[in-house]
Design a protein around this ligand. Structure first.
Ligand code: CTP
Ligand code: CA
Length: 229
């Protein structure tokens, strides 16, 4: 066991985690989504539970078992994820690992869209989804420690620093997902990350996702230990 002893480091704390993609329906058989297996977020939820936290895991559509000791809320869309996150507040720490679809269709069709024979696809108007992390960043019940994730394909540290400010987060955990789909981080078992805070940047290279999760939760427990309940 990685966390043991009489005083588990997150005993008495509530940790709120989002994981997986969201699915934004186009019609009853099609959707818009990001590529995300949910593995890293589920591993973080498992590690937080092992550290003694009460854990709420708001999960998009993924095929993963619920980690032991974790309360799971399943959602499909970004708007459902937003509502489930707000319903779970207050939390001591929130870790937003989900790959939320930035856009949804302006109007999901009630029936399957059909080709009309013209060879031209019908237009698909999109509207922006709520930003869950940024909403928490300015929320009356903002968690004491607010952590975002960012998948980037270039200028990883610069983009992460910009997101820290834009979202009102305390840390951004950035991972480099450059490379062809399926080649690297996404869906795989390992991850390389950079933790960007106002104080600087800390990099962890090529670790199994469960090791990233355990170390991140140790860092969360350490940060929360300076804050009263
Ligand atoms: N996020 C969120 N709600 C959204 C979009 C993103 O909560 N609608 C969260 C993600 O869970 C992640 C962080 O914001 O923790 C960064 O996501 P990312 O997609 O990198 O940020 P965006 O602001 O959407 O920027 P980009 O244009 O690069 O996609
Ligand atoms: Ca995005």
């Amino acid at each position: 066991p990685d966390f043991e002893g009489p005083a588990l480091p997150l005993a008495g704390r509530h940790v709120l985690i989002t994981a997986g993609p969201t699915h934004e329906p186009i019609d009853p058989v099609r959707y818009i989504a990001n590529r995300s297996s949910g593995k890293q977020g589920f591993a973080i939820a498992a590690a937080a539970a092992r550290a003694g936290a009460r854990v709420t895991l708001v999960a998009g559509p993924v095929h993963l078992p619920t980690p032991q000791g974790v309360e799971r809320v399943d959602v499909q869309t970004a708007r459902e994820m937003m509502a489930a996150v707000e319903a779970a507040l207050p939390a001591d720490a929130a870790i937003m690992v989900a790959a939320v679809a930035d856009w949804r269709t302006a109007d999901a069709a009630g029936q399957k869209l059909k080709k009309d024979g013209s060879g031209q696809p019908a237009p698909l108007p999109l509207v922006e989804n709520p930003d869950i992390l940024a909403t928490l960043g300015r929320h009356a019940k903002r968690p004491a420690l607010l952590i975002g994730f960012a998948a980037e394909t270039e200028n990883v540290a610069d983009h992460a620093r910009a997101k820290l400010a834009k979202k009102g987060a305390d840390w951004i955990v950035a991972n480099d997902v450059s490379g062809p789909p399926g080649s690297s981080v996404m869906g795989g078992e390992r991850n390389s990350i950079h933790i960007v805070t106002v104080d600087g940047i800390e990099s962890w290279d090529d670790l199994p996702k469960d090791v990233v999760a355990t170390r991140l939760i140790e860092k969360v427990a350490h940060a929360l230990s300076f804050r009263p309940d």
